[in-house]
Ligand binder design. Structure first.
Ligand code: TEU
Ligand code: CA
Length: 548
């Protein structure tokens, strides 16, 4: 049986995956070329981030035509070939649908600007305040006020992201019908999965000033969100039981996720939440430098695991995506324990209750970009926040240090296929620099090496297919109080699985809170891990134990 519960999804950022025509940009033919690699890894789905026609102000999350492929990525024929070629390898395609907003180049927005009232109602236009200025004080996720003034209409439009990403007006039934129609268009092309970008932001509540924050409480998990998702499900992807869906839930609450990803399947198959990836922020503030709070990380992971399980709701489990820094740089060790820590982090995710997502290059232990000057950055969010922090008086060096840790470009450097200068990604000039550590961190040197990080990910995917406890087991935390160890248990029928990890380079002793008699090592990042009631764990040591 193959369901979303025992599947593994691999995320591809096509622009940085493989360039086949030397223009420095990855393309769909590049994905086709690497299908054998993905089959070797063993993944079931590939999620492709948007490759639709777009001005690329936010690397394709600013869509100008939802039914056409940006020529820089290839053609519709390339896409159809990709679907067919993937199918022969038992890999299904998941598309990334950006329906909270469109590009301001989209023909709907252009018609709205030209004064067409039908299309004006596709977006959120509002007059300014009587005393002047934007309708509310809400902030864009990419910095500064979230409203842009249009002089010829004497109105502002809402953009929760870049000012070239105008929010759609989901209260308008015509907008919802358009969206359903687009989903059905891609279903007919054989697409078997959808990721919905920031989909919990589509139902806006009251348009009022936020005196306590940046406005998110007015539009996050908004008043009609569940109704909108149930309708989209009914009218589009819900008609094909094979299709799996995942919603990207920005600043969501667990209570809402019980419904978004509930067992009744009325809304979505599963959800991404991000609370565990804010443990190196100060509140919601990302542009700061503070050490990651391990206690908080554990508490968040455990409470989501337990809470979702108790309600029969399903998580997408992950460390990495195209918006997050590389996890080995973030919670592991880029140096001496690079390999051990990358494997440890993989264990923690893949043994949890949920569908694991692997972001391209994670299976090789790719690290942060290590950029040292502003001209290396491409991301609109990083460039905007550079200006904002500098305007606040922060020194250039301090801002560089923050970007180095938090910039989304950390995960957007090209895939490291080989040890050559451009990592085998392109024969031309890459759109963003290749990490020079491609000399040592690359696919060529890892595929086939049984001790590689790649082989470890292969093993985790294989184990999920072999042992139902991975997909079906319950969840029990085992190490709430331990300052260094993350441990939990999964149980299903007569099988018990334990995932035990030392999160630090410092050795530590773990007192097992249950009897380990009868357990054997299923997978470890050391060749000779040996279970003991009082267990001395080496740097980043991580073990999966099983008892049947
Ligand atoms: O991201 C949503 C989002 O809010 C974040 O992950 C965002 O990058 C972060 O909060 C900024 O600090 C999704 C996409 O994954 C992202 O690439 C897009 O830029 C964004 O939506 C807009 O479509
Ligand atoms: Ca190309």
């Amino acid at each position: 049986m193959n369901t979303f519960k025992n599947s593994v999804v691999y995320q591809i950022y096509p622009k940085s995956f493989l360039d086949t025509n030397g223009d420095g940009l990855g393309d769909l033919r590049g994905v086709i070329e690497k299908l054998d690699y993905l089959q070797t890894l063993g993944v079931d789905y590939i999620w492709l981030t948007p490759f639709f026609v777009s001005p690329q102000n936010d690397n394709g999350y600013d869509v100008a035509d939802y039914r056409a492929i940006d020529p820089r990525y290839g053609t519709m024929e390339d896409f159809e070939e990709l679907v067919a070629q993937a199918r022969t390898r038992n890999i299904k395609i998941m598309l990334d649908m950006v329906f909270n907003h469109t590009s301001t180049s989209h023909v709907w927005f252009q018609k709205a600007l030209a004064g067409d009232p039908v299309y004006r109602d596709y977006y959120i236009f509002r007059p300014g305040k009587p005393q002047g200025g934007p309708p509310t004080n809400w902030e864009s996720k990419f910095g500064r006020n979230a409203w842009e003034y249009v002089p010829q209409l004497d109105q502002y439009y809402l953009h929760l992201f870049d000012k070239t990403q105008a929010d759609l007006h989901w209260e308008n039934p015509a907008v919802r019908r358009e969206v359903q129609d687009i989903v059905r268009f891609w279903m007919e092309k054989g697409v078997k999965g959808f990721r919905f970008d920031v989909v919990n932001l589509i139902s806006k509540g009251e348009y009022a000033d936020d005196t306590q924050g940046d406005g998110r409480r007015f539009y996050t998990d908004g008043p009609r969100i569940h109704e909108f998702l149930m309708e989209l499900n009914r009218e589009s992807f819900g008609k094909d039981p094979e299709i799996i869906t995942v919603g990207e839930m920005s600043s969501t609450s667990m209570e809402n996720c019980f419904r978004y990803a509930g067992a009744d399947g009325q809304e979505l198959s599963m959800v991404f939440s991000f609370h565990h990836l804010k443990v190196d922020f100060v509140g919601n503030e990302k542009w700061v430098l503070v050490p990651a709070d391990f206690g908080k990380l554990k508490e968040i992971l455990f409470s989501w695991q337990e809470g979702m399980a108790a309600h029969g709701a399903w998580n997408a489990v992950f460390w990495c995506n195209h918006d997050q820094p590389r996890v080995v740089s973030r919670f592991g060790d880029e140096g001496e324990y690079w390999k051990q820590s990358a494997k440890m982090l993989a264990n923690v995710i893949h043994a949890m209750r949920g569908t694991p997502y692997i972001y391209q290059g994670e299976e090789l232990g790719m690290t942060n970009a290590g950029f040292t000057s502003l001209d290396q950055y491409r991301d609109v969010e990083s460039l905007n926040h550079y200006r904002i922090l500098r305007d606040k008086g922060m020194s250039r060096e301090s801002v560089y240090n923050i970007l180095k840790v938090h910039s989304r470009d950390n995960s957007r450097t090209p895939m490291q296929w080989t040890g050559e200068e451009q990592g085998g990604f392109t024969t031309g000039q890459p759109w963003i620099s290749v990490n020079p550590n491609t000399r040592t961190i690359n696919a060529e040197s890892q595929v086939g090496d049984p001790d590689s990080i790649f082989a470890h990910y292969q093993a985790l995917i294989r184990l999920r297919k072999e042992y139902p406890v991975f997909a079906q087991g319950d969840f029990r935390a085992l190490s709430q109080e331990d300052p260094q160890v993350l441990a939990y248990q999964r149980r299903w029928e007569n099988t018990s699985l334990i995932c035990l990890s030392n999160f630090y380079r410092k050795e530590t002793t773990w007192q097992a809170p249950l009897d380990l008699t009868g357990y054997r090592v299923l997978l470890s990042n050391y060749p000779d891990s040996l279970p003991a009631q009082s267990w001395k764990l080496r740097p980043y040591e991580s073990v999966l134990l099983i008892k049947e």
